[in-house]
Design a protein around this ligand. Structure first.
Ligand code: NI
Ligand code: MN
Length: 230
């Protein structure tokens, strides 16, 4: 069975049978990071959008390990200019990697990065990721507001939905519960909270509310914790 490991904020690793998919690896500078970037050895890196708290250490990790970065087309081009292997895709597209696939979904958010000259550039649009690995389907919503098309994503028969609940920059807990109703995943893992002051949330209260109002099980992972997706 695939294992989902949490590193803090929105950084996860989904592992199965030698495939290690690293998602949104914001490690260096993350106040709650459970590992150092040097300890990670992914076979593929997946990124939802260009914000620094998602791209994180992707380029140095890709350089050290040779793992390709799969992300939205323009962000793939931007990161590719830094000397790493990238594969660009877009909403609706599915990309195969060694051991699994990733399908890109829309997300309601922004997607900018500050370049070396201090200028804001916007390489492409934000996305969510439906990762299929070891016959399990995990939806990483990325940073997003609630949107009605999550009903379509719910038709994918998700095993797990990883949802931001921090509020302020993304949906908060009550909208994440409405999202969970649309998504109908067997389990919901909250993230993008309790990294810094503006996104403090009570994850236990979220789990309780989720399990009262939806059929999904709440799985709270502390940074560093792993969970085998049964
Ligand atoms: Ni963001
Ligand atoms: Mn973010």
């Amino acid at each position: 069975m695939p294992t989902l490991r949490y590193f803090g904020h929105s950084a996860f690793e989904l592992t199965h049978d030698g495939t290690v998919a690293l998602i949104d690896p914001f490690i260096t500078g993350c106040p709650t990071a459970a590992v150092s970037a040097d300890e990670l050895n992914p076979t593929v890196i997946l990124i939802t959008h260009a914000h620094a708290d998602h791209v994180g250490d992707a380029v140095p990790i890709a350089k050290r390990t040779g793992a390709p970065i799969i992300t939205i087309n323009e962000l793939a081009g931007y990161l590719g200019q830094q000397g790493v292997e990238t594969i660009g895709a877009n909403h609706g597209g599915t990309v195969a990697f060694e051991g699994g696939t990733v399908k890109f979904t829309p997300a309601w958010h922004s997607s900018t990065i500050v370049d070396d000259d201090g200028a804001y550039v916007a390489p492409g649009v934000p996305a969510g990721l439906i990762v299929t690995l070891g016959e399990k389907k995990v939806y990483f919503a990325g940073d997003t507001a609630l949107f009605l098309d999550m009903q379509l994503i719910g038709e994918e028969e998700l095993d797990v939905a990883v949802l931001p609940i921090g509020d302020h920059y993304t949906m908060g807990p009550s909208d994440a519960i409405r999202a969970a109703k649309f998504l109908r995943a067997k389990a919901v893992v909250p993230c993008h909270c309790n990294t810094f002051g503006l996104i403090e949330q009570d994850t236990e209260a979220f789990k309780k509310d989720l399990e009262e109002k939806t059929p999904s099980k709440g799985v709270i992972l502390a940074p560093g914790q792993s969970w085998e997706i049964a």
